[in-house]
Each structure stands twice: as structure tokens, then as C-alpha cells.
Design a protein around this ligand. Structure first.
Ligand SMILES: O=C(O)CCC(=O)C(=O)O
Ligand SMILES: [Fe+2]
Length: 262
């Protein structure tokens, strides 16, 4: 198989009229597709990026009609990549379960298992920005997912908030980046931390990253600290919420903070 990265990059090189055919429409609930973001976020910073978002796994929940038709190998490369990542997610969830003293299949089951865990791909395209200090590609956030896997085109730009400072992630050839997201933080009662991170724009080089978010179903599962991670001295630090409620709560908190900052 050709590198999936070359298929994914080619999409953004298409003329704008072609890309617009894939446009999403957030207002009408059509969240899959191509989008462009140039907006001031809640803290007044400019966010600037293009992206393409669509579900890649499980197979029966895919909508191939909205996947890019060009380049010709996009679908095949992406489908194969999704399958590999799904197997990797199982392996990582096993290790994380054992780390909490749980039976190895436990976290996978708690996030929905093979049928319900959704893999959502977001391709981030950070354009060249003449004054990078004035803009951000993606503002500081933690991912709501259970796990996120990221490949990128070896242009630095991902930063993590670590020990009180922003640290730029190293570009390591033939590696994949993995974040723990809020879902695992909640299930583990904070023993695994959802990392705060952001995406920077760059003056010289376009940066592209391919993030796959492994997410539990929106309504079917109530996320809360697993009983084994809770004790008298370590009470639950997260209230029970569905994934959809968790997202809502985060948005609400963000809007409250924005009001306070005004
Ligand atoms: O571009 C990156 O490396 C990270 C993007 C990101 O954090 C996101 O899309 O959630
Ligand atoms: Fe992220």
C-alpha cells in the first residue's frame, strides 16, 4: 500500500471548488466533511486551520459517500489504516487496564468494545501564517476521546502543557503520537491524565496532522470512575455523565469562562 499520508495530503491540494463539495454544515448537524476555521476563540485568540472530519470505524457506521473520492487510493488507504489503529487501540487499552489492576479486557469493554467504540478521523491542515505569534491552529484543549492517535508531516507544531510549561512535541520518524483523553481520565478516576495540548501555525511550512479519536458512544454508556479506582481516600472526582453530557458540560464551562474573561 502507498503511504496513507500521501493520499491524505493530496486532498488539501485540490482546488477550493473541489474541496467545497465536501463541505460540512455544522448548523444542520452534518459534522462530517471538509471545514475551514478562521475565528476568534473564547479567549480572544485567532484560530486558523482547515480540516476534514469523518468516521472511519466500525465499518458498518461509515458513510463512504462523504469520504474524499480523490486521490483514488484515499478510501483504501484510510480503511486499512483504521483497521490497524483499531487493533492498536485494543492493545493499548489492555496495557492501561493492567496498569489499573483490572482484567485486561476491561477498559475496552467500558468504552464500547468492537461494536460501539467509534474511530473518528480529523485531518488538520495548518496553513502558512505570516505572523504565527498572532494565531493558533488549534487552541489549548484536552481531547474528549478515550485515546487519540496522531500522525503528522514532520513539521513541529504540537505542544503539550507539561510541568507548567508548553513543550513542543519532538518529531520522531516512524512513530505515532498517542494522547490519553478525558474518557480514560474519567474511568480511571484521574489516575491517567488527559493531556492539555494545542496546535501551532508556522511561517515557513504547512503542517498537516491526522488525528484519530477513539470515542465511546454518545448516549449508551454512562462514564464514571470505575469502582476499582475509587476508595475511601480516593473518592470519585468525576460525576457520572454520558459522553454527550461530558461534551456539553465542557462547552458550557468554556462559555462561562469566556463570559468571566470579558
Ligand atoms: O495537530 C495536532 O498535532 C493536534 C491537533 C489536535 O489536538 C486536535 O485536532 O484535537
Ligand atoms: Fe487534540
Amino acid at each position: 500500500m502507498a503511504s496513507p499520508m500521501s493520499s491524505w495530503t493530496a486532498f488539501f491540494d485540490l482546488p477550493i471548488e473541489q474541496k467545497e463539495k465536501y463541505a460540512n454544515d455544522q448548523a444542520s448537524g452534518k459534522i462530517q466533511g471538509y471545514g475551514s476555521k478562521l475565528a476568534n476563540n473564547a479567549s480572544g485568540q485567532l484560530e486558523w486551520e482547515d480540516y476534514f472530519f469523518h468516521l472511519v470505524y466500525p465499518e458498518d457506521k461509515r458513510d463512504l459517500s462523504i469520504w474524499p473520492q480523490t486521490p483514488a487510493d484515499y478510501i483504501e488507504a484510510t480503511a486499512e489504516y483504521a483497521k490497524e489503529l483499531r487493533a492498536l487501540a485494543t492493545k493499548v487499552l489492555r496495557v492501561l487496564s493492567l496498569g489499573l489492576g483490572l482484567e485486561e479486557g476491561r477498559l475496552e469493554k467500558e468504552v464500547g468494545g468492537l461494536e460501539e467504540l467509534l474511530l473518528q478521523m480529523k485531518i488538520n491542515y495548518y496553513p502558512l501564517c505570516p505572523q504565527p505569534e498572532l494565531a493558533l491552529g488549534v487552541e489549548a484543549h484536552t481531547d474528549v476521546s478515550a485515546l487519540t492517535f496522531i500522525l503528522h508531516n514532520m513539521v513541529p507544531g504540537l505542544q503539550l502543557f507539561y510541568e507548567g510549561k508548553w513543550v513542543t512535541a519532538k518529531c520522531v520518524p516512524n512513530s505515532i503520537i498517542m494522547h490519553i483523553g478525558d474518557t480514560i481520565e474519567i474511568l480511571s478516576n484521574g489516575k491517567y491524565k488527559s493531556i492539555l495540548h494545542r496546535g501551532m501555525v508556522n511561517k515557513e511550512k504547512v503542517r498537516i496532522s491526522w488525528a484519530v479519536f477513539c470515542e465511546p458512544p454518545k448516549e449508551k454508556i454512562i462514564l464514571k470512575p470505575l469502582p476499582e479506582t475509587v476508595s475511601e481516600t480516593e473518592p470519585p472526582i468525576f460525576p457520572p455523565r454520558t459522553f454527550a453530557e461530558h461534551i456539553q458540560h465542557k462547552l458550557f464551562r468554556k462559555s462561562q469562562e469566556a463570559l468571566l474573561n470579558k
